[in-house]
Design a protein around this ligand. Structure first.
Ligand code: BTN
Length: 235
């Protein structure tokens, strides 16, 4: 595994990696701040100093491809637990959340992007709010959390980055991650607001299945969902 390139600032680590020629699996880049961080569904991702913004290039085989985002979520969860001693929950499909008194705060988002038509070459980008941002979170302060108070310690960000990549590598070598992805879901057993087209509404979540899909109870039927998202933060 080559060393992670660490940048002080970049528009987007995903885009930076995409722009590199001759990428090899596990090439990676991290930044201390992003000026044009990208979120899922075309949104922006607020990326102030204090967070870890990490992208890695992977070539998963076809079976693993749909599970790359869950795999990264579990890798981040394991790394945060070992480096920072914080236990995070997983919010289907690409978020990690920290339990708070009133619910949960998002502390990590993951964006997986294919870079060729066959989609077997992917860049997985992870944005983790490690140290509290003194500048806030771009108007999302109500729903966003962080993992540590106090001054930013860049060595912690470097260690975290290394451990995340090691955990991803373990998963790619065959270590189980789907059990943890399902077990640590904060949605299972709850009624949540699902936003995703025809089915928009409040539903009970029966399970996260072995393929990382969410199974909702809709009019006494199990409906398997692999698109859309869940809003946890609104009542
Ligand atoms: C989301 O929560 O919607 C996904 C956020 C993904 C953010 C990460 S930060 C590193 C990488 N670079 C980006 O521009 N986005 C991802």
């Amino acid at each position: 595994m080559s060393d992670t390139v660490f940048l002080r600032e970049v528009a987007s680590t995903n885009d930076y990696l995409k722009g590199q020629i001759g990428l090899r699996p596990f090439d990676s880049v991290a930044a201390l701040r992003q000026t044009g961080g990208k979120g899922s569904k075309g949104r922006s991702f607020c990326s102030p100093y204090g967070g870890l913004y990490l992208s890695v290039y992977l070539e998963p085989d076809k079976d693993l491809l749909p599970l790359v985002t869950p795999m990264a979520a579990v890798a981040v969860r394991r790394a945060v637990r070992s480096v920072l001693s914080v236990d995070l929950g997983i919010k289907w499909v690409n978020d990690l959340v920290k339990p708070t008194l009133g619910g949960y705060k998002k502390v990590c988002g993951i964006l997986t992007e294919g870079i060729t038509d066959d989609k077997c070459r992917v860049i997985v980008g992870m944005g983790i709010n490690v140290f509290r941002s003194v500048d806030g979170y771009g108007g999302y302060d109500e729903i966003v959390g962080w993992l540590r108070d106090g001054a930013v310690d860049e060595s912690v960000l470097r260690t975290l980055s290394k451990v995340i990549l090691t955990e991803i590598s373990r998963c790619m070598d065959g270590a189980d991650f789907m059990t943890e992805y399902a077990q640590e879901s904060v949605l299972v057993g709850k009624v949540v607001r699902y936003v995703g087209g025809d089915l928009d509404g409040d539903y009970y979540v029966k399970e996260i299945d072995a393929r990382g899909r969410m199974v909702l109870e809709v009019n006494n039927n199990a409906v398997v969902i692999d698109d859309g998202e869940v809003v946890l933060w609104q009542k």
